[in-house]
Design a protein around this ligand. Sequence first.
Ligand code: SAM
Length: 237
Amino acid sequence: MRIDVVSIFPEYLDALRLSLVGKAIEAGTIDLRVHDLRAHTHDRHRTVDDTPYGGGPGMVMSPVPWGEALDQIRESDSEGTPRLVIPTPSGRRYDQTVATELSAHPWLVFACGRYEGIDSRVAEHYAAREDWDGVAEYSVGDYVLAGGEAAVLVMVESVARLLPGVLGNAESAQDDSFAAGDMADLLEGPVFTKPPEWRGLGIPDVLLSGHHARIAEWRREQARQRTETHRPDLLPD
Ligand code: SAM
């Protein structure tokens, strides 16, 4: 999968070179390319923002460098068709279903906004372009970040762990919270490892029983209880 990220803070994305995503990059499963939006400015101050039409506080990112940057990425490969992903608090809620959808795309381009966001004509223009595979705007939660970079770290990591061969044990994704399957509506319950006793706390007997059916039943019940406590909205009516 090819992933391009455009940002005014390209170093912010260095974290993607660590751990799981870093290994996927080294293995060639992910081709990550990070671009500095300011490379597409032409004034002495490398300006990427301007005052908002209609007035109001803050600045808006100009469509001009964005158009140049995105066109250059598009032109770098005449065969693939990139999908533009714009993180924004006003987008559709990003969740595991979206991560699964995105993991099926061979080429994603992430546009990291700053200030009051990116001029809305950028999304409109690339949505109408036939040489792009549409535009999707996602919010990683009901709060406002200073920029799209942290949201892109979240999205890329959640997409990467769904790609074949990225997780050491593919089955671990199947047991996760939000994973599709017979526990689809449930969060993952509590997990334990050695030592069997730590600071006076032991392990639930059933996990030491070796009885697989009873362990599975216990895990399901724990998952249900945890979901009821933390996220009752996930449970079916
Ligand atoms: N004025 C915008 C609004 O109220 O919708 C907020 C802009 S925010 C300060 C700057 C950038 O941070 C956004 O363009 C977006 O890229 C990113 N951002 C902030 N919160 C986000 C969230 N919850 N999900 C995804 N991206 C977010």
